[in-house]
Design a protein around this ligand. Structure first.
Ligand code: AMP
Ligand code: ZN
Ligand code: FE
Ligand code: FE
Length: 271
């Protein structure tokens, strides 16, 4: 039985650890098959290839792509894509690049609430290649004493219904699914529960998504059961992972969690 985890971030997006460190941890935890799924870029995956080879860990080419559906933020996981596909890389670059301006706008909006953060300091803590996401701003809010933890930061300021929320320039879900297919990959709706309404999940199934991230470490059994049923009833593949970012509790999950290895067959079949 293989130990599998198909949702892991590195410091090329909003994770704490480098690709090398992530692979070393995966090796220590006895994982056999993993996917580095950084947000909107494949650089961490590329860097990890050499280390995965060294430890004989199967590294599936993957990325977590930011998309939007009816003004909602949706994350689409892409697996087994051709990492050199030109159009896919163009799409990723455009999302990635828009993050800088968006982070700046969020900081400006926070300033209107009399929350003054130093943008240069936030940038210093950015991911490799200057990746900037809301978690970096959330960290600055905590560090400067405006919030006690990230939950408060997202609840009060950065979450989708908050004053300082600025959406990314993310493509429609439909477009993302098509690009993944053209790049030879399989598309999977990440953490479907986070859409908070299955109506959107069914919309995305209608758009032709290939799978659902059923075995998500941060879901309880009832939610896993629920999305497992939806996947099976709709002929979708199932994937799963820990969504490891690296902070405190995440490490325990990374160490203990793995998903059933039959999902690897489903991923190959693409259904
Ligand atoms: P971004 O891609 O910059 O919009 O940031 C999205 C990331 O922020 C997600 O991948 C999560 O890591 C984090 N995030 C989003 N919503 C929340 C929340 N409510 N609480 C904590 N972290 C969140
Ligand atoms: Zn993230
Ligand atoms: Fe996500
Ligand atoms: Fe993620």
């Amino acid at each position: 039985m293989k130990k599998v985890n198909l949702h892991i971030h590195t410091n090329y997006s909003d994770g704490t650890f480098s690709p090398k460190e992530v692979i070393e941890m995966a090796n220590n935890f006895g994982l056999n098959v993993i996917a580095i799924t950084d947000h909107d870029n494949l650089d961490g995956y590329r860097e990890a290839i050499q280390y995965a080879k060294q430890y004989n860990i199967e590294l599936i080419p993957a990325v977590e792509i930011s998309a939007s559906h009816q003004n909602r933020e949706v994350h689409i996981l892409a697996y087994n894509i051709d990492p050199n596909n030109k159009e896919l890389n163009q799409l990723l670059n455009s999302i990635y690049d828009s993050r800088f301006l968006r982070a700046k706008k969020i900081v400006q909006k926070l300033a209107k609430l009399d929350i003054h953060l130093n943008f240069d300091e936030i940038q210093k803590k950015a991911g490799k290649n200057n990746y900037l996401g809301r978690p970096h701003i959330s960290n600055a809010l905590i560090k400067n004493g405006f919030c006690k933890d990230k939950f408060e930061a997202f609840e009060k300021y950065l979450g989708e219904n908050c004053y300082a929320y600025i959406p990314k320039l993310a493509p429609d879900v439909k477009e993302v699914i098509e690009q993944i297919r053209k790049a030879g990959g399989v598309s999977v709706l990440a953490h479907p529960y986070s859409l908070r309404n299955d109506k959107y999940v069914y919309d995305i199934i209608d758009f032709g998504i290939d799978g659902l991230e059923v075995f998500y470490a941060k879901c309880n059994d009832a939610l896993i059961y629920h999305y497992n049923e939806i996947a099976l009833k709709n002929g979708l593949i199932r994937t799963g992972g820990s969504d490891f970012h690296g902070e405190g509790y995440d490490l325990r999950i990374f160490e203990k969690f793995s998903v059933p290895d039959y999902i690897l067959d489903e991923l190959k079949r693409g259904i």
